[in-house]
Design a protein around this ligand. Structure first.
Ligand SMILES: [Mn+2]
Length: 442
């Protein structure tokens, strides 16, 4: 038996397909589940399905293709690897076409080898074909060949589609508003990540190595049932924290410096994304407190903007103002605040955006702007709020006690009618709370 999603009822996927089909008009959606990727020579990374494909099927097998049609039956068709006893003994179980129907609810299922033959039949007479344009060369080619076939056969009554649509928009828009099952997975990912961050706070000591904290975080993820880290865990001490996507995690953690942890678990293919910054020796220095306080105030102000009708751009500008005022108070920003905001001189210390969508991908699907204007937040949207300040060790403007210091505080927020719900509220972020937890663990 190939294990089904352990925590998600298959009805969830059927409901999502029904919702999608209702928005397809006279169309068809074609998605690819992705394939195994080589790590080196003949070893591969663990398979992780395409988020859109998995969102609508729950199936985690390399090579699979789904076709969803709004019109005539069969509406939901899966193409999967044929059963093969020898191959399965070596490389793992396969669901097979029968299993795709019995356990994944497909109305029809075929071995992958029949895709080229079946696809034109499934797309015949369909007005719009939704496919993730340019994402998978092989899938694009299959769809193109099917359309060519229908074009040639038009004199015999077959009808090619009029338009290709980008399935990433079609499915991404549905993923924007989290349904109850998505929220359940997200909440579980957050809960597991919370335990992991708390464990890191308890274990952190000067003289440890960054990879030991990374290992602890990922041990907590896996032992609590997450399938993986949702992204490469960032565990950067001192100056390493000023590198935004630092993932080497191989340095020693030194007393007196800060440790920036940006790590989140993936549960049923939904991601948590949490950053906290900790004093390696257990106490923030006065200079570190000054910077941390600015970032925390930006984080809180940003979260307050995660309301229905608000938008990610306004949240960013709110955080920028708090950060700029703080930088000015530290003597790191000359001139007045409005000028700094306009000339973007703050970018020396804050170079990234404040928020992104969160969901099945850590940087989730869905458009950020609609018609060139920032998209208004709606109930059910989930976003991060993650302001930071990064002062490199070689920054000559900064006083020595501030150099080599990177601070980011990142929370995951659900937009609700009543206001923002901070999903990550259980991960301590005030300096006093963090110091108390670290002291209690010593
Ligand atoms: Mn993030």
């Amino acid at each position: 038996m190939v294990p089904f999603e352990p925590n998600v009822s298959r009805d969830v996927y059927a409901q999502r397909r029904a919702r999608l089909a209702a928005n397809l008009g006279d169309g068809a959606l074609v998605l690819y589940g992705g394939e195994l990727r080589t790590r080196s020579n003949d070893t591969e990374f663990r398979f992780r399905p395409d988020s859109d494909f998995h969102y609508l099927t729950g199936l985690r097998e390399p090579g699979a293709v789904m076709v969803l049609r709004a019109g005539a039956a069969p509406k939901f068709v899966l193409f999967v690897r044929a059963r093969d006893r020898d191959a399965e003994i070596w490389a793992g179980r396969r669901v097979g076409p029968e299993g795709a129907m019995a356990r994944y609810g497909a109305d029809a299922a075929h071995p992958l080898g029949e895709l080229a033959e079946q696809l034109p039949k499934l797309l015949d007479g369909v007005a719009n074909v939704h496919v993730p344009l340019g994402r998978w060369r092989a899938l694009d080619q299959h769809v193109q060949r099917a359309i060519d076939h229908l074009r040639r056969r038009n004199r015999w009554g077959e009808t090619p589609p009029d338009a290709l649509c980008d399935a990433r928009t079609t499915v991404g828009e549905d993923r924007m508003t989290k349904d109850p099952a998505a929220m359940a997975s997200l909440r579980q990912a957050v809960e597991i990540s919370t335990h992991a961050h708390l464990a890191a706070m308890g274990a952190l000591r000067p003289g440890m190595f960054e990879y030991q904290i990374e290992a602890l975080l990922e041990y907590e993820f896996r032992r609590r049932g997450a399938q993986a880290a949702a992204y490469g865990s960032i565990v950067g001490g001192g100056d390493n924290a000023t590198i935004l996507h630092y993932v080497e995690n191989d340095d020693e953690l030194r007393d007196g410096e800060l440790l920036l942890i940006d790590a989140g678990a993936e549960v049923d293919l939904f991601a948590a994304d949490i950053s906290r910054t900790l004093p390696i020796g257990g106490r923030f220095s006065p200079a570190q407190r000054d910077v941390y306080d600015i970032v925390l105030r930006a984080n809180t102000a940003g979260i307050a903007g995660a309301v229905v009708g608000g938008d990610i751009d306004s949240i960013h500008r709110t955080c920028l103002r708090v950060l700029c005022e703080g930088l000015a108070s530290l003597g790191l920003l000359a001139g007045d605040i409005d000028e700094a905001l306009e000339k973007e001189t703050y970018k020396r210390y804050y170079m990234h955006r404040t928020s992104h969508w969160l969901g099945a991908d850590v940087h989730d699907a869905g458009h950020y702007t609609l018609g060139r204007t920032p998209r208004p937040l709606q109930p059910g949207f989930v976003l991060t709020v993650e302001p930071g300040l990064y002062i490199p060790a070689d920054d000559e403007l900064a006083p020595p006690e501030l150099r080599g210091c990177g601070i980011r505080i990142e929370d995951d927020v659900l937009v609700c009618e009543q206001g923002p719900e901070v999903l990550t509220w259980r991960v301590p972020k005030t300096m006093d709370e963090i110091e108390a937890i670290m002291a209690a663990a010593r």
